[in-house]
Ligand binder design. Structure first.
Ligand SMILES: NC(=O)c1ccc[n+]([C@@H]2O[C@H](COP(=O)([O-])OP(=O)(O)OC[C@H]3O[C@@H](n4cnc5c(N)ncnc54)[C@H](OP(=O)(O)O)[C@@H]3O)[C@@H](O)[C@H]2O)c1
Length: 240
């Protein structure tokens, strides 16, 4: 399927993997609409996209904000859900229910209510890509919160691929990827964490944002793929 003039909304498109997807899809002549909470981040992101792109401020935890967003953007062919914040990370015994609730609000429920709001504007045989995470694909101590939330999204996508057909619904599951989310870590700590992770992976390196963007593009463009999950994790499921 050609992506030329396909209208693609990327919620979480102002940073990291979402921005890389926007850049790649715009290069393939799609018309991208990137969404995030910060106008400043969106402005910086827009300047890096070569092609047709617009930016919209919205918070996907807020239904009024989503209603305004879908009115502004209008009809779309494809939706990419990649945003998240408030990660519930750490040992099970010390990760509070409040922390998990925060991550549920800022990922699972965000995806849920964005798709609900978008559905009347989404082409019936278009597609949705949801980004999850490798913590839900293998057992990693200290990542129960990530496993629970991303695992729920994976199962949700499967059911929606059937219930909402001919709309296609697919998942990309990244492993560790160098994105601005790690920028607040001290440089030395971040470098050590990335180097240790790279050593543990069959491919010998951690992911780049474009590794993930490539998979997102494939799932949008391949009209015969639905209910599928692509692990783009360097083999994290076999590591250790
Ligand atoms: N990075 C990794 O190592 C890794 C590994 C596995 C899975 N993942 C998953 O991959 C996805 C992308 O990660 P990333 O590292 O690329 O993230 P990122 O760099 O932190 O970017 C997150 C994007 O989501 C937007 N966003 C956050 N909360 C939002 C909200 N409530 N409403 C609207 N937009 C919101 C952010 O913009 P604003 O802040 O301006 O709103 C930004 O554009 C996430 O779902 C993450 O859980 C990441």
């Amino acid at each position: 399927m050609t992506l030329t003039q396909q209208r693609i909304m990327i919620v979480g498109g102002s940073n990291g993997m979402g921005l890389a997807a926007a850049q790649r899809l715009a290069r393939a002549n799609a018309e991208v609409a990137i969404v995030g909470r910060s106008q400043a981040k969106l402005d910086t992101a827009l300047a890096t996209i070569d092609g047709s792109a617009n930016a919209y401020v919205a918070d996907f935890t807020d239904t009024a904000s989503l209603a305004a967003l879908v009115e502004q953007v209008g009809s779309i062919d494809h939706l990419v859900l990649v945003a998240s914040s408030n990660t519930a990370l750490g040992p099970f015994s010390t990760t509070s229910a409040e922390a998990l609730r925060g991550m549920l609000e800022n990922k699972l429920l965000g995806y849920w209510q964005t798709l609900q709001a978008t559905l009347p504007h989404l082409r019936r045989d278009g597609s949705v890509v949801m980004v999850t995470g490798a913590a839900s694909r293998t057992a990693v101590s200290g990542m129960a919160g990530l496993a629970a939330v991303n695992g729920a999204i994976t199962q949700l996508a499967q059911t929606l691929a059937k219930e909402l057909a001919p709309l296609r619904v697919n998942v990309v599951s990244p492993g560790l990827v160098d994105t601005p989310v790690y920028d607040q870590m001290p440089a030395e700590v971040k470098a050590r964490m990335f180097a240790n992770a790279a050593k543990s992976l069959p491919v010998g390196r951690i992911g780049t944002v474009d590794d993930i963007a490539m998979a997102i593009e494939f799932l949008i463009a391949n009209g015969h793929t639905t209910g599928a999950l692509i692990d783009v994790d360097g083999g994290a499921r076999m590591a250790g």
